[in-house]
Design a protein around this ligand. Structure first.
Ligand code: XMP
Length: 319
């Protein structure tokens, strides 16, 4: 019988059998899968789990602190947080090609994660939040974005280089099953049912060069959008929603002065499989309210636009 409790009990037995008295390392990303693995492992092996959380500076507003609050403070998981924002911004300086940006972000993640892991002695296992669709996907095509997606947070080659054994407790589960497990393990519902967030984070939502000032503006605008979606009970009606920072300057009037500032685009889509998508028909009154809040509250933004492109031909992300 499939109940979250049964799956949890079985997994715990299996994890204990597999790992014996050995220590396990896990990369936390802030996403659902790795968070569920952390909660499960905490229950199965307690302090024999250490997590490394690379805060890239490209996460959503307050996300780094939220991960620490949820995992370390609330659940008592051992988490090493690496504040790598400055390093990311410095390596991304002057780079504006989307693929080049993705490569740098992915490479840095692996480097930082590996350096941090080496500081931990007697770790024998690397746990990963691989779920069943990932297993199928990587058995098929090795090209295109799907592959890029997987190569970001699974630290390719690391298990072999560090002689670590791979632990993948969610390997047989679908996303909705992982979510039910998360809730049963005590993770906040809001976190477990969050919209997907790309591995490269805001790095692909700040078009062109990724600067820290742009990241701050984008985080604040995005936070207002998401916050209002929740308040208007629209968050769960759309599949994914976010703000994008456009480095195009437009003229506006702020107070009595003429402003010449970047543009914020809002994107919200409805989709079943993320392969095709429609733009969400959000109410005009809602969009009006969000746009006003953004220009009133986020310094450096005087124009907000709404993306009405479908996929195809547009992709969900702008880069
Ligand atoms: P696109 O933009 O290709 O996005 O229509 C489809 C879905 O995939 C997410 N996405 C990514 N996820 N790493 C990820 O982990 C990536 O590099 C990446 N690029 C896109 C996107 O947010 C959407 O949900």
């Amino acid at each position: 019988l499939w109940t979250a409790e049964n799956i949890i009990e079985d997994s715990i037995v299996r994890i204990r059998e597999q790992t014996g008295s050995e220590h396990v390392l896990l990369g936390l990303s802030g996403g659902v899968d790795s968070s569920v693995v952390a909660a499960l492992l905490k229950r199965a092996i307690g302090d024999r789990l250490t997590c490394v959380f690379v805060d890239t500076g490209l996460l959503r507003h307050g996300e780094g602190d939220q991960v620490m609050q949820m995992m370390a403070a609330n659940m008592g998981v051992k988490v090493v947080r690496v504040n790598a924002g400055p390093q990311y911004f410095s390596e991304l300086k002057g780079v504006d090609d989307p693929e080049a940006k993705r490569k740098i972000i992915g490479r840095l993640f692996v480097e930082i994660f590996e350096a941090e892991s080496k500081k931990l002695s007697d770790v024998k296992w690397l746990a990963q939040g691989t779920i069943y669709p990932d297993v199928i996907e990587s058995a098929g095509s090795k090209t295109g974005k799907a592959h890029v997606i997987k190569s970001h947070h699974n630290v390719g080659g690391l298990p072999e280089r560090m002689h670590l054994k791979l632990l993948e407790p969610l390997r047989e589960l679908f996303k909705d099953e992982v979510r039910r497990l998360g809730v049963a393990l005590g993770l906040p519902r809001e976190m477990v049912y969050r919209h997907p967030f790309p591995g490269p984070g805001l790095g692909v939502r700040i078009l062109g060069e990724v600067k820290p000032e742009a990241a701050e503006v984008l985080q604040r605008a995005d936070h207002i959008f998401i916050d209002e979606l929740r308040k208007w009970a629209l968050y769960d009606k759309v599949s994914q929603a976010f703000a994008v920072y456009l480095p195009v300057k437009s003229v506006g009037v702020v107070g009595d002065a003429r402003a010449y500032e970047p543009v914020i685009a809002l994107r919200a889509v409805e989709t079943i499989d993320f392969m095709t998508a429609h733009w969400a028909r959000l109410p005009y009154d809602f969009l009006d309210h969000v746009a006003r809040r953004i220009v009133n509250e986020v310094r450096g933004v005087s124009r907000v636009v709404y993306d009405i492109s479908g996929k195809p031909p547009a992709t969900i992300e702008w880069e």
